[in-house]
Design a protein. Structure first.
Length: 326
């Protein structure tokens, strides 16, 4: 506002996409902070992104936008939006149906834990996206580095169980031995012998050089499904970076993640994520897994990720959100 007193300024933005808050700091109030001080130009209401792809969806999203701004009801049964009653079974069915269509697919949950859980249930057909700051990567890097002996090998297994299916079950006997502070007897191991050998090496090593081979061996367990691929691959990169650079594993993880932040990450073809992580991205198909979880702004951001089809799950086909600007 002070710059506007010195230089000619125009303010461009979409208040309905203001979903990023910073601590306790209030977001810009569009009516009080912007429209009160700058000339208001005509609304941009032509859905350019959808013109050549799905013009009917673009028009419907404009109608939904108008209803959200006014706090009016939205009927999710109006085509081309597809409505489904929300349930765990319907979540999976909607995701599997979308996965059979050509193009990229985004499924949206509000909570990270729900994203990871659904990705696991879908057996890796969808990847659960990680936060860019990736607190889980830093947490597990610290846990692995700070543990010693059998406890470190146990942390490697625990990390793997957070990223892929069947590991906890397949390595349950080894896990129990390590949890008691004991190493498995390799002579008595009949299943996943190579994995057990490298886990013993992790426990006996003073450094972290054996951890990456352990992850690589675990990844070879038959029938396992890696559903948090981004977290798993970043840990591998962090271990590689740590092996050639002085410093701690959490430091290496932070540097690797920061490099990904600057270079940009490749978004998986089928992704489960949250609005905060996918704002600005576009997908052919989008599935909102529970409309009731989202306020007007987040619901709008979620809906406008789709360019070819939009499916919304909710307890009722009629939804209403309080107007975001009162």
């Amino acid at each position: 506002m002070r710059l506007a007193d010195i230089l000619p300024c125009r303010v461009l933005g979409d208040p309905l996409q203001g979903i990023f808050g910073f601590g306790q700091e209030p977001l810009v109030n569009w009516a009080a902070d912007v429209e009160a001080s700058f000339e208001r130009l005509p609304e941009l209401i032509h859905p350019w992104r959808w013109v050549d792809v799905h013009p009917a969806l673009g028009r419907r999203l404009v109608e939904i936008r108008t209803a959200l701004l006014a706090g009016d009801e939205i009927d999710l049964r109006v085509p081309p939006v597809v409505w489904r009653a929300v349930s765990p079974e319907e979540e999976q069915r909607a995701c599997l149906d979308a996965a059979r269509q050509p193009g990229s697919v985004l499924a949206i949950h509000k909570w990270a834990r729900a994203c990871h859980a659904l990705s696991s249930r879908l057996k890796g057909r969808y990847t659960s996206m990680e936060q860019m700051e990736s607190p889980d990567l830093l947490k597990w890097a610290s846990a692995i580095e700070q543990a010693e002996g059998p406890a470190r090998a146990l942390q490697v297994i625990e990390f793997a169980t957070q990223c892929m299916t069947v590991v906890g079950t397949e390595l349950s006997a080894v896990r129990n031995r390590l949890d008691c502070g004991q190493l498995p007897d390799i002579k008595r191991v009949k299943k996943h012998r190579r994995v057990v050998e490298v886990l013993i090496a992790v426990a006996r090593s003073l450094g972290l050089n054996a951890v990456l081979p352990a992850l690589e061996a675990i990844e070879q367990i038959p029938q396992r499904v890696l559903y948090r691929r981004e977290l798993w691959r970043e840990m591998e990169r962090a271990l590689q970076f740590h092996a050639r650079t002085p410093g701690s594993l959490p430091d290496a993880a932070w540097k690797v993640r920061n490099r990904t932040r600057h270079a940009g990450r490749a978004v998986e073809h089928r992704t489960i994520s949250r609005t905060l992580l996918v704002k600005g991205l576009e997908f052919d198909h989008a599935i909102i897994l529970n409309a009731a979880d989202h306020d007007a702004k987040n619901l709008y951001v979620a809906m406008t990720r789709a360019s070819r089809s939009l499916t919304v799950l909710s307890s009722t086909p009629i939804v209403r959100r309080p107007a975001p600007f009162g």
